[in-house]
Design a protein around this ligand. Structure first.
Ligand SMILES: NCc1[nH]cc(CCC(=O)O)c1CC(=O)O
Ligand SMILES: [Mg+2]
Length: 330
């Protein structure tokens, strides 16, 4: 028997609900959530995504409705991902630069109808290319860094001109954050933020997302020459340091749960706003577990989201955002 016992009873503060609330070290609120939304052409369209049960692609009117729902629920920001029509996808992804493309029309509609909800946009070419890669590929299929970064600058400016509040480069090219920051400053867009997908891993958890944006069947090979090796943690700190030095306002770790150690290390090393992306495969895993009766859905959702807060995140991108906000009384 320990000498401290019975004076030390850690169970004492857990004995009542009011006391557990009083002693909670971390809180999760709707304000911690960013809601990713998939856009499709048309009017009044909702297309359910089979590998992402409960998540749909919406035409722009539906996206506006979701953003109004976000505002009601206290969710501060939505993230947009277009499913570009197949005939507009090219080897060079040039549709990304079209000011009238699907995502730009959605941004304008949102900033017009729901200006007080933040709009985050993904910068990468994969929803626009015929090969499904995030950048330009050479004859050997290698994704070119500097040539891609140049196009991404144009994509970022196009989104910013349409009204995007947060530019989120998810491509993992070296140097692109600095180039995008310079271009935004040059265009007078001083208050457009950059949330860098700084530590983004070559993950098996992105499958349902690629269905959602329509790139899965197109993707040639994998993304291991630009996304990070899951074996590496120190390299994630270098990635974060580089993006911060280049002007990122916040950094992201992606996927989420398998990389909680990275979140913790990034937060302790840099003391900057860190976000996690609880990605599509993680969402699907929770839904599958709940459907199989392996766990209670609501509890799994709130417990995993709270874990990101505990690890040091300022917020989380999650497909469960609306559901979680409702559970939290938003
Ligand atoms: N640049 C593309 C991008 N932006 C966000 C995700 C994944 C998000 C998810 O799985 O929910 C991906 C997929 C990828 O890198 O292949
Ligand atoms: Mg980098």
């Amino acid at each position: 028997m320990s000498a401290a016992y019975p004076a030390l009873r850690l169970r004492r503060t857990r004995a009542h609900a009011w006391s557990r609330r009083l002693h909670a070290e971390t809180v999760l609120t709707p304000a911690d959530l960013i809601w990713p939304l998939f856009i499709v052409e048309g009017e009044g369209v909702e297309e359910p995504i089979a590998s992402l049960p409960g998540v749909s692609r919406w035409s722009i009117d539906g996206i506006v409705a979701r953003a109004k729902e976000a505002r009601e629920l206290g969710i501060p920001c939505v993230a947009l991902f277009p499913n570009t029509p197949r005939e507009l996808r090219t080897d060079d992804g040039r549709e990304a630069l079209n000011p009238g493309n699907l995502i730009c029309r959605a941004i304008r509609a949102l900033k017009d109808a729901v200006p007080d909800v933040g709009v985050l946009t993904d910068v990468a070419l994969d929803p626009y290319t015929t090969h499904g890669h995030d950048g330009l590929v050479d004859a050997q299929g290698y994704v070119l860094n500097d040539a891609t970064a140049e196009v991404l600058v144009g994509q970022a400016l196009t989104q910013a001109e349409a009204g995007a509040d947060i530019i989120a480069p998810s491509d993992m090219m070296d140097g692109r954050v600095g180039l995008i920051r310079d271009a935004l400053e040059g265009a007078g867009r001083h208050n457009v933020q950059i949330m860098a997908y700084a530590a983004k891993y070559a993950s098996g958890f992105y499958g349902p997302f690629r269905d959602a944006v329509g790139s899965r069947g197109l993707l040639k090979g994998d993304k291991r020459t630009y996304q990070m090796d899951p074996a590496n943690a120190e390299e994630a700190l270098r990635e974060v340091a580089a993006d911060l030095a280049e002007g990122a306002d916040s950094v992201m770790v992606k996927p989420g749960l398998p990389y909680l150690d990275i979140i913790l290390r990034v937060k302790s090393e840099f003391q900057v706003p860190v976000f996690a992306y609880q990605v599509s495969g993680e969402y699907a895993m929770i839904e599958a577990a709940a459907a199989a009766g392996a766990g209670d859905r609501d509890q799994l959702v709130l417990e995993t989201l709270l874990a990101f807060k505990r690890a040091g995140c300022s917020g989380v991108l999650t497909y469960h955002a609306a559901h979680a906000a409702r559970l939290l009384g938003g």
